[in-house]
Ligand binder design. Structure first.
Ligand code: GLV
Ligand code: MN
Ligand code: MN
Length: 404
């Protein structure tokens, strides 16, 4: 099966007709359709599929018998109206690379696994890389079971509806012990490769990053009759916080964003009762990240007090700085040097399951050129020739790592 065939099969699943963006949220019907595609594809390649206790899918070439398997793959879920490449490119490329290796008669000396990690984006339950965090024990099972989506449905309930047992959630040391290295292929979420004229790059590390929910609770009242001095309007400290996020980003050389806001009850002619806002922050190092977030939170509290609004902060997920394994990076760079193309080494501000796994085993990533750099948007794109270059690079890396 070629990359193009696999890509075409996955393309319509979970795509919104109106926006052209993907809404592949964990444990929904769109997610189930992607999972069925994964199982079908694995079986056509002769790979055995397993769903681990945390809902991550694994397609095995060779059995997970402790011989330091090489893990590749990525995730199939999306942000709201996400692009088609963030996640699926890594999974489709992994299957296509295995197809090529099989055709070439390659026989792995170590097992190769294609993984599709659950809820990488945290779009439904708020915690990014939830499947790999559960696998590694970076989040405990009881906390995870109680995470709720915007309709109040808990992860435990959503898993039960999807036919999975949330009682099994938790760190899986046995599975981790069977893994020897991880190489996740991903579309680049920036345009460095385009600037350098390189179709494929290697990841050096991931900026520390995190996500916080800020709740501003004021008092609902009539927009047409409530005198300004009598208002307790949560929208005002919220607005100040958005501006503070931008200022903190500029001050600290960081990226700080408010990308999601929910105002309740949401009437055009009423002062809101509560505003929930999500702060996403990324910085070159852990101390800078902490300083940037502390600066934004100080403004949020100060402005909330000024408007007699209650401010509350909940940390949803934080990932410290990740430096990918230097030896693995050097080995992969040496393999790819043989392609004759430049293979730049890049750092990224985007989070990935490989970054979570990096705490437990040697890991790194391959990035595929994104001509505009746009991501988390329906406009995300990679040229077919670059996707093919990514498959060829991954196949070469897998052959090296899993070879004799
Ligand atoms: C994942 O894409 C993230 O960095 O938010
Ligand atoms: Mn993403
Ligand atoms: Mn991703």
């Amino acid at each position: 099966m070629s990359f193009a065939e696999l890509w075409a099969e996955l393309l319509p699943l979970g795509r919104d007709e109106r926006t052209g963006g993907y809404r592949r949220y964990a444990w929904t019907e769109a997610d189930a359709a992607c999972r069925r595609w994964f199982v079908r594809t694995a079986s056509r390649l002769g790979l055995a599929t397993e769903c681990d206790r945390n809902g991550n899918l694994w397609a095995w070439w060779g059995s997970p018998d402790g011989r330091a398997a090489v893990v590749t793959g990525s995730h199939l879920d999306s942000v709201p109206d996400g692009g088609g490449y963030d996640g699926p490119l890594g999974v489709v490329s992994a299957f296509a690379a295995i197809g090529q290796l099989r055709t070439q008669g390659f026989r792995p000396a170590r097992p190769i696994a294609v993984a599709a990690f659950t809820e990488e984006e945290g779009a439904r339950f708020g915690v990014a890389c939830l499947g790999s965090r559960l696998l590694t024990g970076a989040i405990d099972a009881s906390t995870a079971r109680q995470l709720r989506d915007r309709d109040g449905v808990s992860l435990a309930e959503a898993m039960r509806v999807a036919g999975r047992d949330p009682g099994l959630l938790g760190a899986d040391d046995e599975l981790l012990a069977s893994l020897g290295a991880c190489v996740e292929l991903h579309i680049e979420q920036g345009s460095l490769l385009a600037g350098l004229g390189a179709p494929v790059g290697v990841a050096a590390g991931i900026w520390p990053h995190g996500r916080w929910r800020l709740d501003f609770a004021g008092r609902a009242d009539h927009a047409g009759t409530t005198r300004l001095p009598d208002r307790r309007d949560p929208m005002l400290p919220f607005a100040a916080t958005v501006l503070a996020a931008r200022a903190a980003a500029e001050q600290h050389g960081a990226l700080v964003t408010v990308g999601k806001v929910v105002a309740e009850p949401g009437a055009a002619n009423a002062i809101s009762a509560v505003v929930h806002a999500w702060l996403d922050a990324r910085a070159p190092d852990d101390a800078t990240l902490a300083a940037a977030v502390a600066g934004v939170w100080a403004v949020a509290q100060q402005e909330a007090a000024r408007h007699e609004v209650q401010a509350n902060r909940v940390q949803e997920s934080v990932t410290p700085a990740v430096s990918f394994d230097a030896e693995l990076l050097a080995r992969i760079s040496a393999v790819l040097a043989g392609t004759g193309q430049p293979v730049p080494v890049l750092a990224t501000g985007a989070g990935h399951d490989a970054g979570v796994l990096a705490g437990r085993l040697p890991a790194t990533m391959l990035f595929v050129r994104n001509p505009t750099g746009v991501s988390h948007s329906p406009a995300e794109h990679a040229e077919p020739a670059d996707c093919e270059a990514g498959v060829a690079a991954l196949a070469a890396v897998l052959a090296d790592l899993a070879g004799q």
